[in-house]
Design a binder for this molecule. Structure first.
Ligand code: SF4
Length: 329
């Protein structure tokens, strides 16, 4: 017997915008076009975007994911193709690729490149940099590499507590990862500015439009499902922007948990849905819509009287049309 035959009709709310952002779409298209143009295998340094399903599908088409350029195994007489992921790389990685005579295709998101440009300018102008972000994240590793390559001094803070024992020297500017919580980043910046009054204010946050929009949509979704509701956030556990969506829902007191895909919606999760009237679904910026659809089908299959509604906070129209130069020929 279906759960829905035992329980009242459920309301299923879908956040919009959700899923793929312009940078992720561009990075995946770049890897696919590189495969088409140069043939399998092509190498991608790090995950092209942080989603296990995307990585699995590209692997099946002939992409070989590597951690570092040294992992490339290739016959010496030919030139291997390597794609750099959406999260960006440091200048040292470009130099290493040049030394190894690799054909480089750079799929870095233009919004990460914008942060790299700001980082370079700050370093060249002699600023010390307070970099807000997750130390081990690929994007922060790339931005750190840019700052150091241009002679800048940098300190990374992940959480407000990290400011306690921090010493900064004048002049100083702050930069951040693109996929952070807007609310948490602003708190860190305000606290840092109180402790270090010389910290110069930036014109805007480095957090990108897609992260901002998905957080706002999740905020609205959480208000809609209410404290007795449940929000399912679809995404892989190493996706920074997805984890921020879980936090955003919980900030409003809503029970939220992450699902990788429909297989993760097991009997235990389904039981949690039995106990609630309102279910919300959102997904991180690297999640294919197909994964959301499969979860919706599974829920509707279990609760056949479910009513589905989309909660739209913003209509996105950002597209990065231009692919990396080497693929435009
Ligand atoms: S989340 Fe933002 S910075 Fe990251 S790829 Fe998407 S648009 Fe670019």
């Amino acid at each position: 017997m279906k759960y829905g035959q035992l329980h009242s009709c459920k309301s299923l709310y879908l956040a919009s915008p959700r899923g793929f952002c312009a940078g992720v779409s561009r990075a995946i298209s770049t890897a696919e076009l590189a495969l088409e143009r140069f043939g399998a295998p092509i190498f991608v340094r790090k995950e092209i975007v942080h989603n296990a399903c995307v990585v699995k599908e590209l692997s099946a088409k002939g992409v070989v994911f590597i951690e570092e350029l040294d992992d490339i195994a290739w016959a010496e007489e030919t030139q291997p193709t390597v794609v750099f992921s959406a999260h960006g790389v440091s200048p040292a990685v470009f130099e290493a690729a040049k030394r190894a005579n690799l054909r480089v295709i750079n799929a870095t998101c233009p919004l990460v490149e914008r942060v790299h440009k700001r980082a370079k300018k700050c370093a060249e102008d002699g600023y010390n940099i307070l970099l807000i972000g997750h130390k081990d994240h690929d994007e922060i590793q790339g931005t750190l590499g840019v700052i150091r390559a241009f002679g800048g001094k940098v300190q990374v803070v992940e959480r407000i507590e990290d400011l306690e024992n921090l010493e900064l020297e004048e002049p100083c500017k702050w930069l951040s990862q693109t996929t952070l919580s807007r609310a948490d980043t602003l708190k860190i910046v305000r606290t840092a500015a109180e402790k270090f009054p010389f910290l110069e204010v930036n014109a805007g946050l480095d957090i990108c439009y897609a992260t901002t929009n998905r957080q706002a949509a999740t905020h609205e979704l959480a208000k809609t499902v209410g404290k007795n509701g449940v929000i399912l956030v679809i995404g892989s556990k190493n996706s920074s922007n997805m984890l921020r969506l879980v936090e955003e829902a919980r900030r409003l007191g809503v029970d939220a948990f992450r699902l990788e895909d429909a297989d993760a919606l097991d009997a235990k999760c389904m039981q949690r849905l039995v106990d609630t009237q309102n279910i919300g679904i959102t997904s991180g910026a690297s999640v294919p819509e197909r994964l959301v659809e499969e979860i919706v089908h599974k829920i509707v299959d279990e609760f056949p009287t479910t009513k589905i509604q989309t909660i739209t906070t913003t209509v996105e129209n950002t597209h990065f049309v231009a692919l990396p130069g080497s693929l435009q020929k």
